[in-house]
Design a protein around this ligand. Structure first.
Ligand code: SGN
Ligand code: CA
Length: 503
């Protein structure tokens, strides 16, 4: 009897250890590193994202390959660049006939789910469970689409609903199998609607205007030509809710109580203050900037609380022990740097995206990774964690070895190609290379210009060094590395443009 018991104990211990880890990928929208306290933000408080970072690894140079929503998600699913997975600009329909990594997880015994924002215009294969927002989705009382393509509207705030549905799926899953789940958040996307309990939560803070808020874009014609400034592009009525149209489609969805709370805050407080001040010029722009920051960070606060709720659930149920939790955003965002909001440019704030990960017993708490990796590496990394080989044609590479050993040497070169032009925000298409020291970019189409930045000396990308003779050698080397990447990744369209110019 005693022997039998020992055998049972040995077997069950072995079973627990041989069980593959569960993986939760919390994937937000437009939430940038400057707004995360773990990344050193002095203005934002994100205690729950910090909880993930502190119990595992934080990546300081996780860049994206095309800084915009749908394309970033298509890259996550395929482990391929936009020109290979076909999803180069938003509002396209993702080609569901191509391989996506959750399918490989399913084949290896995983149950898979995606809850929340997806933004691919089609429901990809590879998921046992889907409950996703159509397109951008709504912040309040949003519709969700399930696997049968049925659209159902739910009452509540979007981040709270996403957490609720995620927990409900975890409750009813087959407990004999490991799981992979994407928790896709709409926050912190424009037009930055916080949960009611967070309205005004940063009202006592006076945010310092970034030192390049009044950028004159000298030497950077593409940066000059954009349409994404707080000054000119940000809309008082919709973005900042000054005399908001409470009859528009967004507010039409509100319950009377939600509407009353928004009206009380935005009309009776914010609009009243605005009208009393009679602002013009610099004072007006800076007031807009303060309002932008307050709404963005309050929305991030609602998001962070929901991340905390999910982490608490994992702790309470004991799932934490064998669950990898990743927090990432689809790209970074400008919080007034260069005078902007939005993303798209290869410049640091929108090129980088947050990525923190905890894996109890495997990734040491406090791990800091400086190497350059990108979102094309996410799929192979997740597969690696699950012990599954990368699928055919994947272009990224697992950076899991860096998470266990952040001193490991690395390639540190990431290829970038942005396409969407002119709407919205008029950012000229460009391709380029980001290394651990430089960013080299070529703008084309409506623009025709090269840019070079020494990001170690100039992390804000203010001084274009391309015309500087002292950098001729650096440029030559970077161009040949860029060309090598275009060949390796088969970006023939960019390569053609590049070759034509070099003749
Ligand atoms: C909407 C926003 C844009 C934003 C795109 C893409 N305008 O069009 O500001 O750049 O989405 O964002 S809004 O007035 O409708 O908010 S993305 O995150 O989906 O790529
Ligand atoms: Ca986005």
């Amino acid at each position: 009897m005693k022997n039998l018991l020992t055998l049972f104990l040995v077997f069950s211990t072995f079973a627990a250890f041989s069980q593959k880890p569960n993986i939760i990928f919390i994937f937000s929208d437009d939430h940038t590193t400057q707004a995360i306290s773990a990344y050193g933000s002095k203005i934002a408080k994100t205690p729950n994202i910090d909880r993930i970072a502190n119990s595992g690894a934080i990546l300081y140079n996780n860049v994206v390959t095309n800084s915009i929503c749908g394309p970033s998600r298509a890259t996550l699913l395929t482990g391929k660049f936009s020109h290979m997975n076909g999803y180069k600009v938003n509002e396209k329909v993702f080609n569901i006939d191509q391989a996506v990594f959750p399918e490989a997880l399913q084949k290896n015994g995983y149950q898979t789910a995606w809850v929340g924002k997806m933004h691919l215009g089609a429901l990809p294969h590879g998921f046992d469970f889907l409950n996703v927002l159509p397109g951008q989705g709504f912040y309040y009382n949003p519709d969700f689409i399930n696997k049968n393509n049925e659209k159902i509207q739910y009452e509540g705030y979007v981040s709270n609903l996403i957490t609720k549905f995620s927990k409900e799926w975890l409750e009813q899953r087959d407990q004999s199998k490991p799981f992979f789940m994407v928790v896709g958040h709409k926050a912190t996307h424009r037009e930055w609607f916080p949960d009611i309990q967070d309205l005004g939560s940063y009202d006592d803070v006076n945010f310092p205007v970034p030192d390049n808020f009044y950028d004159n874009y000298e030497g950077r014609p593409a940066a000059r030509d954009q349409d994404m400034t707080v000054d000119k592009t940000m809309v008082l009525g919709s973005d900042l809710k000054v005399n908001a149209n409470f009859n528009n489609p967004t507010f039409k969805r509100f319950t009377p109580a939600q509407k009353a709370a928004f009206y009380e805050y935005y009309q009776n407080k914010v609009t009243k203050e605005f009208e009393e001040k009679h602002l013009t010029g610099k004072a007006l722009v800076e007031w807009k900037y303060q309002r932008y920051m307050r709404d963005y960070l309050s929305t991030a606060r609602s998001l962070d609380r929901n991340i905390g709720e999910l982490l608490d659930y994992l702790d309470k149920t004991g799932l934490s022990k064998n669950t990898v939790v990743i927090y990432a955003s689809d790209q970074g965002f400008y919080l007034g740097e260069h005078g902007w909001f939005d993303k798209r440019f290869i410049y640091e704030e929108s090129l980088k995206t947050p990525f923190v990960i905890k894996y109890p017993g495997k990734i040491k708490p406090g791990t800091k990774v400086q190497q350059v990796v990108s979102n094309v590496d996410w799929a192979p990394t997740v597969l690696d964690i699950a012990g599954v080989k990368p699928t055919e044609g994947m272009q990224g590479k697992s950076f899991y070895p860096l998470l266990e050993n952040p001193k490991k040497s690395w390639d540190n070169k990431s290829y970038y190609h942005y396409y969407e032009y002119p709407q919205p925000h008029r950012v000229a298409p460009h391709f380029g290379l980001r290394t651990d020291q430089y960013t080299l970019a070529k703008f084309y189409g409506p623009q025709d210009s090269w840019e070079l930045y020494d990001i170690k000396k100039d992390p804000k990308n203010m001084k274009n060094l391309y015309g500087d003779k002292a950098y001729a050698g650096v440029i030559k080397k970077l161009k040949s590395e860029l060309k090598a990447k275009m060949i390796e990744y088969k970006d023939t369209e960019a390569l053609e443009l590049f070759n034509k110019e070099q003749k």
